[in-house]
Design a protein around this ligand. Structure first.
Ligand SMILES: [Cu+2]
Length: 339
């Protein structure tokens, strides 16, 4: 027989565990419940919730490198007719999330891209090319696997549809209406499955998260090439400064394999970015940002966020432009938010 003492201890433990369990599931109502704004698919929703998001991402590239070594325009021009000197990429992204159940959140994202590249010929003549239009369209499902003890784990399964044009053209001194190089095209041209896992944790004033994703390309596109597969890893931590503001730091690793095949209409001897062997890179980066969550009033549940990032180290396969700083600004608005 159990003594009164043992029985009461048992009930005491059950009750304290229950009360801890009630308050200790991972909270979606903190500024740092959302990852730094450059991360996608970092959170899921409760049944019936909708969320609209808009992001603007701007990235600069400049200078050339081979492997980990910087090289001058002049040395690139020893073996090519022209070389890029800088590039500016602007991406506008619209997203919609909807949770048909507490386990599954569906997400659709489309983008609009604007690319500008500055180049220089062997003769020293400067020129520029630009491309722009809709990018690829991504549909994903986020599946909750665990949410307890202020920790959350979810899987991502998605596919990207090739809605981005891969026949962008512009005038160059060598040729009018020339097909632009691989980095100036707007999509992959292939169906791209994507798998990911996101693990999140919260403490009183700190939170952390980590996400790994892998992107495959199915077959080759209409131009007989496929972009490289990508592994993307992120780990971040955020400090909840107030109920509505959090500050974040993020470390990222992106590994992209080389392009397979090539677009036969591009002359690989002309410039490095027309040669598919000059593709693929490994890049470590760091990002600093903040999230702002509006807690009351007419704009309740509106989130604003900003993040700036910079490469820490990068290694290219062949001769490629170097990535420089990037900035992401975003706005997220949840409807039917339960908390
Ligand atoms: Cu959302």
């Amino acid at each position: 027989m159990h003594s009164i003492k043992e029985v009461s201890l048992f009930f005491f433990l059950v009750l304290t565990n229950l009360s801890v369990a009630q308050h200790s599931s991972w909270s979606s109502s903190r500024p740092d419940s959302h990852a730094p704004i450059s991360i996608m698919g970092d959170h899921y929703h409760q049944k019936g919730e909708f969320m609209f998001s808009y992001r603007w991402m701007s990235m600069k590239m400049g200078g050339m490198q081979i492997g980990k070594e910087n090289i001058s325009s002049e040395s690139v021009l020893d073996s090519y007719m022209a070389t890029p000197t800088k590039m500016q990429m602007n991406m506008h992204m619209l997203g919609l999330m909807y949770a048909p159940s507490n386990t599954v959140t569906l997400m659709i994202m489309s983008s609009y891209l604007l690319n500008d590249m500055g180049l220089k010929t062997k003769m020293g003549m400067k020129f520029s090319t630009s491309s722009g239009g809709f990018g690829d369209t991504r549909i994903s499902a986020l599946v909750k696997l665990l949410n307890k003890s202020q920790q959350s784990l979810h899987a991502m399964v998605g596919i990207s549809f090739p809605t981005g044009n891969i026949n962008q053209k512009d005038d160059t001194p060598m040729m009018s209406n020339a097909i632009l190089g691989y980095p100036m095209q707007l999509g992959s041209g292939t169906l791209d499955p994507r798998f990911g896992l996101t693990y999140l944790g919260q403490y009183e004033v700190f939170s952390w998260g980590t996400q790994a994703q892998y992107i495959f390309r199915i077959g080759k596109n209409s131009k007989k090439y496929s972009l490289g597969n990508q592994f993307l890893g992120n780990i971040w931590s955020a400090f909840k400064a107030t109920q509505s503001i959090s500050l974040s730091a993020r470390l990222s690793y992106l590994s992209t394999t080389s392009i397979k095949g090539s677009d036969a209409s591009l002359n690989p001897m002309m410039m490095p970015l027309l040669n598919s062997t000059n593709s693929g890179r490994n890049l470590w980066g760091i990002g600093l940002g903040f999230n702002y969550l509006i807690l009351n009033g007419a704009l309740k549940n509106l989130r604003l966020a900003l993040e700036v990032s910079n490469p820490l180290s990068q290694k290219t396969k062949g001769i490629q432009m170097k990535e420089e700083s990037a900035i992401t600004v975003g706005l997220q608005y949840a409807l039917n938010h339960i908390h």
